[in-house]
Write a protein that binds this ligand. Structure first.
Ligand code: ZN
Length: 406
């Protein structure tokens, strides 16, 4: 449990404008985020709890498929970037001049780092039985403009995972395992019903890559979704005047503005060739290693989830994402009783934020709404006289009096 009087951040009386995403205004009003510069954000105490909840769900699902968490550096040398020819190829690479004429990059992606790292540990085919690593890290893109708040950052939190295999077939098998793990992530985040598995450009690695695009009415991509088979296509790979579904060949589609919440790529041997990553097979022959990479934008997801779970007035977080599950308004001389009740509820998995401030009921109830916490509890002389505490579900909008057992 946490007392709100201990938190220095406050809500605002009105919703700031300045973004075309209504949820951004709500996140600012609730005091969850502050903009440091366009595309770079501070997460305050309650906002950080939301971000950590998203992280936890992603981490649990990556661990479940046997991937291994690591933490690589944000900073890496120009020489490594040159080795895979991407120093000049990635136009948003943040390049930093450093002491003694050196140059570094602030990484937007980590193939150049993870490939030589794994190369140090791979010798034989046995080392590639199950070789997958991931990290949760801040990434950087030197964007000319960053106007969509959490949806497009210059500095943003990503989960990026890399897998290493003995053959293209083994990569294909693992790719399906990751796809299923991603489906579980979006289900737990409450986004499954609006998230489309989308064919997208493969860049120079492969014919197609695969994106997870969520339809919450905002975003920077357009998805062409086949009305016959449901297959989604990123605008970048289709002829918009003459759509033909790549899955079923039919011509009709719906077009939706979407936000990318994940992508999965078959890299093949692009980076293992560049970094001489090979393994010895059973006969002692050297073979190239096949790689896959898999991203999920964590801080962007916070923006997407906020947009999905708000109405025309405020946020209503799903329980698994909310900074706290219960907002407990305490009136009168009932703080000790409220603490005991919070302790009791937390034994059952609740997380309770207690509004112990010396202020009126109206402003406490207002903050409960602004913060978007799913359940509101009132403990006052009146509710105690009525037999317990008042519980209100934000989503159901029903109120009931429940006996205090604590
Ligand atoms: Zn189709």
């Amino acid at each position: 449990m946490k007392l709100i009087s201990q938190i220095p951040f406050k809500t605002l009386k009105s919703t700031p404008s300045g973004s075309d995403n209504r949820s951004t205004g709500y996140l600012l009003q609730a005091g969850f985020i502050r903009q440091e510069l366009a595309g770079a954000y501070i997460f305050t105490t309650l906002g950080l709890r939301v971000l950590r909840n998203i992280e936890t769900i992603v981490r649990e699902e990556m661990n479940r498929i046997g991937s291994n968490e690591i933490l690589m550096t944000a900073l890496w040398s120009k020489e490594h970037w040159l080795q895979a020819w991407r120093w000049d190829e990635i136009d948003v690479l943040f390049k930093l001049p450093a002491a003694e004429g050196r140059e570094y990059a602030l990484n937007p992606t980590h193939e150049e780092i993870v490939t030589p790292l794994i190369g140090e540990f791979i010798r034989s085919y046995k080392d590639l039985e199950n070789c997958s690593v991931y990290q949760l890290q801040w990434k950087f893109r030197n964007e000319k403009r960053a106007k969509s708040w959490l949806l497009r950052g210059r500095e943003f939190l990503m989960k990026d995972m890399y897998s290493f295999h003995r053959s293209a077939e083994e990569l294909d098998t693992y790719f399906d395992v990751v796809h299923a793990a991603y489906d579980r992530v979006y289900e737990r985040l409450g986004l499954k019903d609006t998230t489309y598995y989308t064919f997208a450009s493969g860049g120079d690695f492969t014919k197609y890559s695969y994106e997870f695009q969520t339809d919450v009415g905002i975003g920077e991509d357009m998805a062409y979704i086949c009305t016959h088979c449901g297959q989604s296509h990123n605008e970048e790979i289709i002829d918009s005047k003459d759509f033909t579904c790549l899955e079923c060949g039919k011509k009709e589609c719906d077009v939706k503005k979407v936000s990318e919440v994940g992508n999965i790529f078959k890299l093949g041997t692009r980076f293992s060739d560049a970094f001489w990553l090979k393994y010895q097979d059973k006969e002692g022959k050297e073979n190239p290693v096949y790689m896959g990479c898999y991203g999920i934008g964590i801080s962007r997801l916070m923006g997407v989830i906020a947009e999905k779970f708000c109405d025309d007035k405020w946020l209503i977080w799903p329980e698994t994402i909310a900074p706290y599950t219960h907002y407990m308004i305490v009136m009168g001389d009932n703080l000790e009783r409220a603490r005991a009740l919070a302790e009791y509820l937390e034994k059952d998995g609740a997380q309770v934020l207690i509004d112990d401030r010396d202020t009126g009921f109206g402003s406490k109830a207002g903050d409960a709404d602004i913060l978007g916490i799913p359940y509101r509890i009132v403990v006052s002389d009146k509710t105690i006289a009525a037999g317990g505490y008042e519980l209100k579900s934000r989503l159901m909008n029903d109120v009931e009096i429940i006996e205090i057992h604590a």
